[in-house]
Ligand binder design. Structure first.
Ligand SMILES: [Fe+2]
Length: 203
């Protein structure tokens, strides 16, 4: 087998292949999805590696070199996390801090079970299975996600439980047919408020 030689430099590695929390801590997305504004689903999303299923177009992954997967990070306060949804691809979560409850079902209508994960536990969720999760620790807590390679802004993704879409609409958050958020007029104010409420910049 041919052994391909690389010629990276220290500088390239540091600039293009490293994500340092200190540099990205203030670059979270406070309203990445239509549910992010809804109480119980508030969270900060960090796009670490690669483009992904964000309804908010306004975000830049830290590492943009092509990868066969996407990595994101989430911080949520107690009792908050992503609402019930699914994807066409595998989504894996690794708990960095705290305790998280993952609930799941085969259809959007019914939750069929739950899995509680502690620090350093991991769960991998199959394509099309509905899932939601929340931080059940007392403090703010962190998870990171690994998403299988997938199309971006091609069609709605995440695929929400219709009840979640209606809830988002109550807060004037909608998505178009391609899965892009149609934000309310006061979007930037709402984002600032959410960033401050969720203590962006702090671990
Ligand atoms: Fe997801």
């Amino acid at each position: 087998m041919e052994h391909k030689k690389t010629n990276y430099t220290q500088e390239e590695l540091e600039n293009n292949w490293v994500s340092r929390f200190d540099k990205i801590k203030n670059k979270a997305i406070p309203l990445m999805f239509i549910d992010s504004i809804v109480p119980g689903h508030n969270r900060l999303n960090y796009a670490v590696i690669g483009d992904t299923a964000s309804e908010n177009e306004n975000y830049n992954p830290i590492i943009t070199e092509p990868h066969g997967f996407q990595i994101g990070m989430v911080k949520a306060p107690k009792g908050n996390g992503p609402a019930y949804h699914t994807h066409e691809y595998i989504e894996t979560f690794f708990v960095l801090t705290g305790k998280w409850r993952f609930y799941w079902g085969n259809t959007p209508e019914k939750v069929e079970g739950e899995i509680i994960l502690d620090e350093w536990d991991m769960i991998s969720l199959p394509p099309y299975m509905y899932r939601g999760f929340e931080n059940i620790a007392d403090e703010d807590a962190w998870v990171f996600s690994i998403l299988e390679q997938h199309d971006v802004f091609d069609r709605p993704d995440p695929i929400w439980d219709p009840k979640v879409v209606r809830k988002g609409e109550e807060y004037n958050f909608n998505v178009d047919k391609k899965g892009k958020m149609i934000p309310p007029e006061n979007f930037s104010e709402l984002e600032k408020e959410m960033a401050s409420k969720l203590k962006m910049g702090e671990k």
